[in-house]
Design a protein around this ligand. Structure first.
Ligand SMILES: [Zn+2]
Length: 504
């Protein structure tokens, strides 16, 4: 009897629910007391992932304090969360000795009881986060493919558990978000402030067992379907943007993995200059600026659909410069040492990449990396760290402006923007000051004794747009994982996310 009643009541609720959901399909006249809710599936035509390499929670805090603003550009995005960054073998050394990719039993982890439930909680065991931290290759792979892999590896599938040690094993690789986007006909690109063949951009397309196989990675990237590749690593320029006497093809040829010969880096470079895979080669600052302004190349020429942009500098856009500008006394200040003048900023490169990629009517995926935030943090150099994170945050602003621009087809209903870090570097400590005091009081590592490596700290996530809500921390201790970044991007382009909208 009660069972029957319960069934009827649930049926009524069920019918009511269906009615509400499909209300817009009926031709009821509008009533004052009932606004028709709409369930919409939103898919992302544009996915933009910005990675601050080594950018922890306190790095962003330092930026906000240095600028003395209430919010940085990345913090202005709607949703905030934080995530773990550990790799597959957090205790393993990895590297060149033996088959470093093959132990699936050594899983890394993050323990909130030791490292803290939020990035701002005082870590219960502060030294805990200094141990077993990921490198950028394993971290980049997790972001790009949604799978944890081992130190120094790019998208490598580990051996199955219990696989006999004496049996031959064919290494397999995970597909990345770039592969999935390309399969949908979307344009794709990677942009970085460090060499284009470095670990983070490499992780989005290259598959190899060792990140320092720069030659192999460069070849894979150059012959890939990427529409846009932009970064440093110019063989003919040094760290100050000056022409070298002899070119250096290290990032184009050097293979450090076992049993692999070096590539012919010079031949690869010549192919790029000659427009291999249809990419127009640019390396002058003014050419990047023409693209960024949407003017087309060479002041009013055609707008290329594919571009290889190589800044006229060796290791980093600006972070590795050492310029005698006649006044060393202000070198401790942001911009105190003169910037290289023939190199575009990451922000200019970002705008250039967006202008090129937006021409594809199927949309695009692009990864933009502030790569030298990590390099400056390894050096525990707050001045250079701030210079790099300022440029990165300006790149975030350029992305937000692009989404808000009513003239290019993008908006927050068809675009996903995620700003994240691959891991923290330097174990940067919180400060309570603003402006230049942030530089004077900088404190890296426990007890300010310095820490020149990566850490296992939780890193921040800032996101807005299609499916972005999934990355929001809903309560203190709602910790995400770096593999979820891939999953949210994948869902955004493949299936989309439901959103219930009740009109006001
Ligand atoms: Zn990194």
């Amino acid at each position: 009897m009660f069972k029957k009643l319960r069934f009827i009541i649930s049926l009524c609720f069920c019918l009511l629910f269906i009615q509400v959901l499909s209300a817009h399909a009926f031709t009821y006249p509008d009533r004052v007391f009932f606004h028709k809710p709409q369930v919409k599936v939103k898919k992302a035509k544009y996915v933009i992932l910005l990675i601050g390499d080594g950018m922890g929670y306190w790095h962003v805090d330092a930026l906000r304090r240095y600028l003395n603003v209430s919010k940085t550009n990345m913090e202005s995005l709607r949703y905030f969360g934080y995530m773990t960054t550990f790799m597959r073998n957090s205790t393993g050394e990895g590297g060149l000795s033996g088959e470093y990719w093959d132990d699936p039993n050594e899983l890394g982890s993050y323990d909130p009881a030791l490292g803290g439930r939020t990035p701002w909680e005082i870590q219960p065991v502060p030294a805990y986060v200094d141990e077993g931290a990921t490198d950028s290759a394993a971290a980049g792979s997790a972001l790009a493919s949604g799978h944890k892999t081992v130190k120094y590896a790019l998208n490598v599938v580990p051996k199955p558990e219990g696989y006999p040690a004496d049996e031959p094993f064919t290494v397999k690789y995970y597909p990345t978000i770039v592969d999935f986007a390309e399969a949908k006909g979307m344009a794709t690109g990677v942009v970085t402030s460090v060499p284009f063949s470095h670990a983070t951009p490499a992780a989005f397309i290259a598959k190899t067992q060792y990140r320092k196989n720069y030659g192999e990675i460069a070849r894979q990237m150059i012959f890939s379907n990427l529409d846009v590749i932009m970064g440093a690593g110019h063989p003919y320029y040094d760290d100050n943007g000056n022409l070298r006497e002899e070119p250096n093809f290290y990032y184009w040829s050097r293979n450090k993995g076992p049993y692999i010969d070096d590539e012919d880096g010079e031949a690869l470079y010549e192919k790029v200059v000659n427009g291999v895979r249809g990419r127009v080669f640019v390396d002058k600052k003014e050419d990047f600026e023409d693209l960024a302004d949407g003017d087309g190349l060479f002041h009013g020429g055609p707008m290329p659909r594919r571009v290889f942009g190589l800044a006229q500098v060796a290791n980093t856009l600006q972070a590795s410069r050492n310029i005698d500008d006649g006044d060393p006394s202000d070198d401790w200040k942001v911009g105190g040492q003169a910037f290289i003048t023939n190199v575009p900023s990451l922000e200019t490169m970002t705008r250039a990449a967006l202008e090129v990629l937006e021409q594809d009517e199927d949309g695009f995926f692009v990864m933009i990396e502030g790569g030298a935030i990590d390099w400056a943090s390894h050096a525990n150099n707050m001045t250079r760290m701030l210079e790099e994170i300022i440029d990165f945050d300006n790149a975030v602003k350029a992305v937000i402006d692009w989404v808000n621009d009513p003239n290019n087809g993008s908006n927050w209903d068809n675009t996903l923007v995620v700003v994240v870090a691959d891991h923290e570097t330097g174990h940067l400590q919180p400060l309570n000051v603003t402006g230049d005091e942030v530089i004077k009081e900088q404190c890296w590592g426990l007890n300010c004794e310095g820490w020149h490596h990566h850490t296992n700290s939780l890193v921040p996530i800032y996101a807005q747009g299609v499916c972005a809500r999934a990355l929001k921390a809903k309560y203190d201790g709602d910790i995400k994982d770096n593999t979820q970044i891939f999953k949210v991007m994948y869902q955004a382009i493949e299936r989309g996310c439901y959103e219930l909208r009740i009109p006001e």
